[in-house]
Write a protein that binds this ligand. Structure first.
Ligand code: ATP
Ligand code: MG
Length: 629
């Protein structure tokens, strides 16, 4: 079947389509109804059906591949490398589940997981899924305040954590931050389960804290049967990255999510049982949920959990893993590829990468230079995919498992099946013509796997996502984009990031793309800055490939003029940044997203705002210094 026909079926007859896809997972009890959309925008998938995520990820594979690798935990920080077969994973998950039950965790209770990228984190997620507890994984890089806010929102009965994580060879303490977060929070979890890695001294709070190794030893032979859950029971709450403001607690179901993952693993990621999948993200993000833990396992694949950076011990580390474990599908982010690009190519070229069939990249715009570079180096297709914490799986990409759809540089691809994607004029609410800019929206119902609601706040779900265009059931992605005549989409930035220069609305992304095409620029951020005359002007902060080319003020001015003329030629003078500053680092979140909000605030002389997710605060000092230079 052509992808176009496949897609049409999913939009015109969604119930028949998703009924078919539901066969990809095991059901304990068949559902009565594929879709209940009687209370839009809420969509209930597979009503009345009973299943379990842990069963589909682990137990299901015991009959055919119990001794095959399921979870490969690699830490280049502690030099621990361990493979768990499906049988071993099954045993570990049952031990973890038994501990949780012994600590009083019941079906529907929340368990907050604040952990580094170690195998126990996956055990904890799967154990929650097994007993019907709701996990909320909080990224290990968050400090006490962010963690405390999430504790108060999710109200967990149990927190699973560790003494410390490790990054770049240094221990990063977790336990003291967790203690402080609990002290700050109004809600107090009854218990804290702690994995002691021996990285940092740890004082246990009597009556509350439990040592994992001790508890595990008491449950070595645990057998904890799967709790069958109605398809629309809650599986987890995950907070969005917070790039554009207060994080939203994205709540997800069980059955729809399992089907969406099984389906996307087949049609988009093309994974097969027995193969190895390697996603370099973190369990604290949605990619970690969908495509480190659940997706690959549901597809019967071995999945790699990696603790470490892309460049330690050297920039060849990921490729050595690909060679050693014969990785077929790899998933990473453009920001990581840009890091690798700065390192000697020999490190990458010395490994046998013949097992690799495709590299998937997501999370932020994939610029053409980075995309072409990595495609040439690896000699495999690069599959950009665009989605959100809210959707749980790709909205835009190419479904190579259905058809070898051609990709287009700069475009994440076409609408994925199940998503009725529209480009909407934000003023009139009407659909845009081809190549006309608008807001990327999705006509309801959202397909299986997408968020059910904002945790604990249905009204916020409706108000935030479904009330931006008056006359139709349209979900707003808050991203700005265009669709070309052939159905390929281009993401032009977030709607918050649109710049209004003398009445012209420009996406920051467009200007960034244009500046990136200058051969000396390796990365750039563009923000709109208040201007008395024009409303706003674009200001650019760029990183140079060879910083020594712009050391003197004269060199800087010359290069700045060159960059401006590139924008003039490509986009027109209206898009020309009023200044191009050169820096060596840009402020980013720990998931690699540019913090344009903070850059803009500094440019306008305001406070940088909430910086709990920032990777390196000194990047903001650079912005400040560039402005005053
Ligand atoms: P918050 O919603 O709290 O501000 P966030 O949007 O950064 O946080 P995520 O859900 O992790 O949190 O990120 C989704 C966003 O990332 C998308 O809406 C889009 O802006 C961007 N994005 C993801 N993938 C791509 C891609 N392939 N190309 C361009 N942009 C992408
Ligand atoms: Mg978002």
């Amino acid at each position: 079947m052509s992808y176009a026909a496949f897609y049409q079926k999913s939009i015109q007859a969604p119930e028949a389509f998703w009924d078919q896809e539901a066969k990809l997972i095991d059901w304990h009890k068949p559902y009565d109804q594929v879709l209940d959309h009687s209370k839009p925008p809420f969509a209930k998938w597979y009503v009345g059906g009973e299943t379990n995520l842990c069963h589909n990820a682990v137990d299901r594979w015991l009959a055919t591949q119990a001794d095959q690798p399921a979870l490969i935990a690699i830490s280049t920080e502690t030099n621990i490398e361990k493979t768990y077969s499906f049988a071993e994973l099954h045993a570990e998950v049952q031990r973890m589940a038994a501990i949780m039950l012994s600590l009083g965790v019941k079906q529907g209770d929340r368990v907050l997981i604040y952990m580094p990228m170690i195998a126990e984190a996956a055990f904890a997620m799967l154990a929650c899924a097994r007993i019907g507890a709701v996990h909320s994984v909080v990224f290990g890089g968050f400090a006490s305040k962010s963690l405390g806010t999430r504790i108060d929102d999710a109200k967990p009965v149990l927190v699973v954590s560790a003494d410390a994580g490790m990054r770049g060879g240094k221990a990063v303490p977790y336990k003291p931050l967790l203690d402080e977060a609990i002290a700050l929070a109004e809600h107090k979890p009854a218990h804290v389960l702690l994995v002691n890695r021996g990285l940092d001294e740890m004082k246990l709070v009597a009556g509350r804290d439990v040592d994992y190794a001790t508890a595990r030893a008491q449950h070595l032979d645990a057998q904890v049967p799967v709790t069958w859950l109605e398809s629309n029971a809650m599986s987890y709450v995950l907070y969005t990255s917070g790039t554009t403001g207060k994080p939203k607690g994205v709540q997800r179901d069980v059955g729809g999510y399992a089907v969406a993952l099984a389906s996307s693993m087949k049609h988009i990621f093309c994974g097969k049982p027995g193969e190895t999948y390697f996603a370099t993200s973190d369990i604290g993000w949605v990619v970690g949920h969908s495509y480190i833990v659940y997706g690959p396992l549901i597809a019967g694949m071995a999945t790699i959990m990696y603790e470490g950076t892309p460049i330690r011990p050297d920039a060849g580390i990921w490729w050595s893993i690909v060679e050693k474990y014969k990785v077929t599908r790899m998933f990473s982010a453009p920001t990581a590829v840009r890091v690798l690009k700065k390192h000697p190519l020999e490190l990458m070229r010395k490994y046998d990468l013949s097992s690799l069939k495709a590299l998937y990249l997501a999370g932020e715009p994939l610029d053409e230079t980075t995309s072409s570079w990595i495609a040439t180096e690896l000699g495999v297709p690069i599959v950009d995919n665009y989605w959100q914490t809210e959707t749980g799986w790709p909205i835009l990409s190419v479904a190579r498992g259905v058809e070898q759809t051609a990709t287009r540089l700069g475009s994440p691809g076409v609408a994925m099946y199940g998503y009725d994607v529209r480009i909407i004029n934000e003023n009139t609410g009407a659909e845009c013509a081809a190549n006309e800019k608008g807001v990327v929206a999705i006509k309801g119902p959202l397909p299986p796997g997408c968020m059910q609601t904002v945790y604990g706040d249905d009204q916020r779900f409706v108000n935030t996502y479904w009330s931006n265009f008056s006359h139709e059931q349209l979900y707003s992605t808050f991203d700005w984009g265009i669709r070309d005549a052939d159905g390929y989409y281009f993401i032009l930035g977030r709607t918050d990031d649109v710049i209004n220069v003398a009445g012209h609305r420009l996406g920051t992304r467009e200007i960034e793309e244009s500046i990136s095409s200058h051969p000396q620029i390796s990365e750039v951020a563009v923000v709109g800055v208040e201007d008395k005359l024009k409303g706003q002007v674009a200001v650019a902060f760029a990183i140079l490939k060879n910083p020594e080319l712009a050391e003197t003020p004269e060199q800087k001015r010359a290069l700045e003029a060159e960059v401006m003329s590139v924008v003039d030629k490509q986009l027109g003078a209206v898009a020309r940044p009023s200044r191009v500053h050169f820096v060596s680092m840009l402020p980013k979140t720990r998931s690699g997203k540019l913090l344009r909000r903070s850059i803009q605030a500094i440019c306008e002389g305001r406070e940088a705002g909430d910086l709990t997710t920032i990777e390196d605060p000194s990047s903001l000092q650079q912005i400040q210094a560039a402005l005053t230079a």
